[in-house]
Design a protein around this ligand. Structure first.
Ligand SMILES: [Zn+2]
Length: 271
């Protein structure tokens, strides 16, 4: 996925390919000036936005893979945030805590089932309760596997429902994490700082906050969930599980899509 960036020198719009590191060293196609764009956005946000864009463009099947990957990367984000939050309350440096976390993650990085296990424990330790949403039904696992592994062609309605479920789960867990998410975000800030220190003189650094749907909600530019609706959602979730909450999840996602989805169009390649 590429996105537009404005040259800090001449304002020419150059397009950049989203990098895994969120660091983009660019040279303006018009004036030749070098600049560096740092995108403050987590991997799960990038993937979720990719899925949303694919859905809006009519690629329902492709969207499923992005939403599924977004959920997996969000579980990783949660584990990282929790581990660093815990470490912050103890003696020792952030660098050591991060190194221990990276080393630990390597043991699970190639198997998503192991990662799910780590997330389950992190959730239990942080919230003091069972992550009861980690059921195949709650995660839409059967649907995801049918589409990704067995080549099923889903309807738009099925993908909408899946996306809504993933959106609602991530949104809820981010809300629970609250300020705890800042610990994981600090890692990205440090990566940025290290990169900026290594840049030669004369390279302009540009920080970008992209209009991701989760970021929008967290920083308050998306309408908050009205209180009665929130209570209704929680009641529906605790009463008889996922199914009753589906319609409501759908409404939440549709609302987010209507408010922010159009901004994602800005990422679309114009060439
Ligand atoms: Zn330029």
């Amino acid at each position: 996925m590429d996105f537009p960036t404005a040259c800090p020198q001449c304002a020419h719009v150059n397009r950049a390919e989203f990098a895994d590191s969120s660091v983009h060293d660019l040279r303006c196609a018009r004036c030749g000036v070098r600049y560096c764009v740092l995108v403050r956005k987590q991997k799960f946000e990038v993937l979720f936005d990719l899925g949303t864009r694919a859905l809006m463009d009519g690629y329902a099947r492709e969207a499923v893979a992005s939403f599924a990957a977004a959920l997996e990367r969000f579980f990783e984000f949660y584990v990282r945030a929790f581990a660093l939050e815990q470490a912050a309350g103890r003696e020792g440096s952030f660098e050591n805590a991060l190194a221990a976390l990276e080393g630990t993650w390597r043991h699970v990085s190639s198997q998503s089932e192991r990662q799910l296990g780590m997330f389950a424990l992190a959730y239990l330790l942080r919230e003091g309760r069972e992550p009861d949403f980690l059921t195949p039904r709650g995660l839409g696992t059967d649907f995801r596997n049918r589409v990704i592994h067995r080549g099923a062609l889903p309807t738009r309605a099925e993908v909408d429902a899946y996306a809504a479920g993933v959106f609602t789960l991530i949104d809820r867990l981010l809300t629970e994490l609250g300020a705890g998410a800042a610990h994981a975000e600090l890692v990205q800030e440090q990566t940025f700082a290290a990169h900026v220190r290594g840049l030669p003189d004369g390279v302009t650094v540009v920080f970008e906050e992209h209009p991701g749907m989760f970021r929008a909600r967290r920083f308050g530019t998306l309408s908050p969930i009205p209180k009665p609706a929130k209570a209704q959602l929680q009641a529906a979730q605790s009463a008889s599980g996922v199914n009753d909450a589906r319609a409501f999840q759908q409404a939440l996602f549709e609302q987010a899509l209507a408010e922010r989805g159009s901004l994602l169009r800005g990422f679309k390649s114009s060439s």
